[in-house]
Design a protein around this ligand. Structure first.
Ligand code: PEP
Length: 252
């Protein structure tokens, strides 16, 4: 069986300030005890990347970006390239979060180009996808997420790592979560689609679950087949909650 080390990543969205350094220090301390068991990362807002990158240097807690531009550099006001994320010490960049797909009109083709840029910079793209509530109600979940996977995911070379985050849009920030059967069904379909696309290498790709993961539901969600970690929004802002989720993800 392919071993996939769990990854628990925190998406801070547009939250945090320089005062968050204390919370980051507490996360670093807690992550150290989990170093061998689970991979952990936080994705703070870009303005905190320099501060976070310095604090996280050498830590068991990695740094991630929340988005990037597909180009390396140039006249793209307000944008940040994957190479810039690498420069401040990031290991991951989220691409295609539903808030960006919805509020910034990002298509799966754009997400694919961004994910390729992240690979080009030597980092791991965390490619987010998931169905809306109306798609779930229409019974279209599996076809929607398979299509998003196909269009949003570049084929990486042998050595590069990609990560998929399945995030039902209706579960993000709402306190709602799918049933465990629904999670298992979606992750199982994504695993099949990854293996169709990448052959045996598809078994090594981590598929995170995201959407209202909290300390009290993390253990059951993380023990569902093909769930290889979590992308955590609100509960990643407090070290105590984020660390509790990371511990629960590996049954501690
Ligand atoms: C997210 O934004 O990726 C997310 C999963 O948010 P929350 O955990 O707050 O639902």
């Amino acid at each position: 069986m392919t071993e996939r080390k769990k990854l628990v990543a925190g998406n801070w969205k547009m939250n945090g300030s320089r005062a968050s350094a204390n919370e980051i220090r507490a996360m670093i301390e807690g992550a150290e005890a989990l170093r061998d068991r689970v991979e952990m990362a936080i994705c703070p807002p870009a303005v905190l990347a320099g501060l976070a990158g310095e604090l996280l240097s050498g830590a068991a807690l990695g740094l991630g970006g929340q988005d990037c531009h597909a180009e390396r550099a140039g006249a793209f006001t307000g944008d940040i390239s994957a190479e810039m994320w690498a420069d401040v010490g990031a290991r991951y960049v989220l691409v295609g979060h539903s808030e960006r797909r919805t509020a910034h009109g990002e298509t799966s083709d754009m997400v694919n180009a961004k994910a390729s840029a992240v690979l080009r910079a030597g980092l791991q793209p965390v490619i987010c996808l998931g169905e809306s509530l109306s798609e779930r109600k229409a019974g279209a979940t599996l076809s929607v997420i398979s299509d998003q996977l196909e269009r949003s995911t570049p084929i990486p070379d042998e050595t590069a790592g990609i990560v998929i985050a399945y995030e039902p849009v209706w579960a993000i920030g709402t306190g709602l979560t799918p049933t465990l059967d629904q999670v298992a069904e979606a992750h199982g379909r994504l695993r099949e689609a990854l293996c169709d696309r990448l052959g045996d290498r598809g078994r090594g790709v981590r598929i995170l679950y995201g959407g209202s993961v909290k300390p009290d539901n993390a253990a059951v969600l993380m023990s569902t087949p093909n769930v290889d970690g979590a992308l955590v929004g609100g509960a990643s802002l407090k070290a105590a909650d984020f660390l509790a989720i990371a511990r629960a993800s590996v049954g501690l």
